[in-house]
Design a protein around this ligand. Structure first.
Ligand SMILES: Cc1cc2nc3c(=O)[nH]c(=O)nc-3n(C[C@H](O)[C@H](O)[C@H](O)COP(=O)(O)O)c2cc1C
Length: 400
């Protein structure tokens, strides 16, 4: 199932340079399964044509109060969520005043659905106390504010005022629409990616983990309303927007950040591929080719073992991964016991389409009572929700 299947989004586009990005946002929403109705302000129509949205959505885009009587009421009523992107200073001020002077403002005022505003404007306009007071007023009545981002603006200046990218807006809409609420307000710590152990200032040993499984878990948990800290090792895969991200490099750094993050955590999702070995010594300067080098390794810190006593004392629900090349189930069971997990997701390092670097995974779950469940091959993003469903269910059962 796609995350927005069956959901109806009313997208209100107001008149700023960033209006072109709302066409991409529309496309992404439709790809994710949403039905999208678009309203443009008169100024927005000067920046981007109605026909662009009509081509993307396959339905008429709306711009006037007078084209279709009652559209101003129907559009907001039928929507599961209203997204205003970009939200100009002008439209924000009109909404804050309760104005109903065009189709955009009237439809927002007449809707009972949650509203997310994505402001985009010049930094001076954004930071102006009047804009800030208008935003505060809208926050007060429950509107969500996504952005603006800090960065280069169209007029050549730089500062807060950029419209968030569609990829950043989408998960925020998902979080507002989410109906699986068992994780709402829970504090979840996710580890992801590989760690590195330095041989010298330019070389390291590491592993092939991309971080994708952990990122998918962090993104899904955040969308489901959790308060998520993602501790990530190095890598190129983009980090999910939403969770608080802490970047680390070594296993020791990951352990230190993890220990702090766990102090008020409810759940730990340990998807990082923490290096098992580290060199017995790290050279201070670059090892020369002619010098020769003998590599001696010792075991690095085991993050689950190091945190076991604390997790058990605090009752932190723990999911871990066991990536194995043979005896998958036996090794998974052994790790579950020894490392104090509630659920272990066993996957194969040698199977095609699973494990490291892949966008898909095949997981077998083992819980504390020994129950084994094989999940079919699926995208890591889909598996993340499957795993969270099971965690929610077993936490709910434990609390009953
Ligand atoms: C080239 C140009 C770019 C503009 N960009 C923005 C912008 O990014 N954000 C903003 O709040 N207003 C911007 N404005 C001003 C709005 O277009 C103007 O306030 C308009 O009345 C907004 O109407 P609306 O809020 O009904 O869409 C821009 C104006 C021009 C001419």
């Amino acid at each position: 199932m796609r995350p927005f299947d069956g959901r109806r989004v009313l997208l209100v586009v107001s008149g700023g340079i960033a209006a072109y990005k709302s066409a991409i946002l529309t496309r992404r929403l439709i790809e994710a399964g949403a039905g999208v109705e678009v309203i443009l302000t008169a100024a927005a129509e000067r920046f981007i044509g109605r026909v662009t949205f009509e081509g993307i959505t396959g339905r008429p885009a709306h711009a006037s109060l007078w084209d279709r009587p009652m559209a101003h009421l129907d559009l907001g009523l039928e929507a599961d969520i209203v997204v205003v992107a970009p939200a100009t200073a002008n439209l924000i001020s009109r909404l804050a005043a309760g104005a109903a002077d065009d189709l955009a403002a009237t439809a927002v005022l007449a809707s009972r659905a949650p509203v997310i505003l994505c402001p985009a404007m010049n930094t001076r306009m954004w930071e102006h106390p009047i804009t800030q007071a208008n935003v505060a007023r809208l926050v007060d009545v429950g509107y969500g504010i996504a952005g603006p981002a800090d960065g280069p603006l169209a007029e050549g200046e730089s500062g807060p005022g950029r419209l968030l990218e569609p990829e950043e807006i989408l998960p925020r809409i998902g979080r507002a629409l989410e109906t699986a609420t068992g994780l709402r307000g829970r504090k979840i710590v996710v580890t992801a990616g590989p760690t590195r152990a330095a041989l010298d200032p330019v070389r390291f040993i590491s592993n092939r983990s991309s971080g994708r499984m952990g990122f998918a878990l962090a993104e899904a948990a955040w969308r489901r309303g959790a308060d998520v800290t993602l501790i990530s090792g190095p890598g190129r895969v983009p980090r999910p927007p939403g969770p608080d991200v802490v970047e680390v490099e070594t296993a020791g750094e990951m352990l230190a950040v993890l220990e702090t993050a766990l102090t008020d955590a409810d759940i730990l999702l340990m998807a990082a591929a923490v290096g098992d070995f580290e060199p017995t010594r790290t050279a201070d300067s670059k090892i020369k080719k002619g010098d020769g080098f003998q590599l001696l390794l010792r075991a690095g810190p085991d993050l689950l073992l190091e945190t076991r006593a604390f997790r058990e004392r605090k009752g932190i629900f723990t999911l871990g991964f066991a990536l194995e090349t043979e005896d998958l189930l036996a090794r998974g069971r052994e790790k579950l016991e020894r490392k104090g997990m509630h659920l272990v997701a066993v996957n194969s390092a040698v199977e095609r389409d699973a494990g490291f670097e892949s966008e898909t995974n095949r997981i077998t779950l083992i819980n504390r009572s020994g129950r084994v469940e094989e999940l079919p091959l699926a995208k890591k993003t889909e598996l993340a929700d499957e795993l969270l469903d099971r965690i929610e269910a077993s936490m709910a059962a434990a609390e009953r």
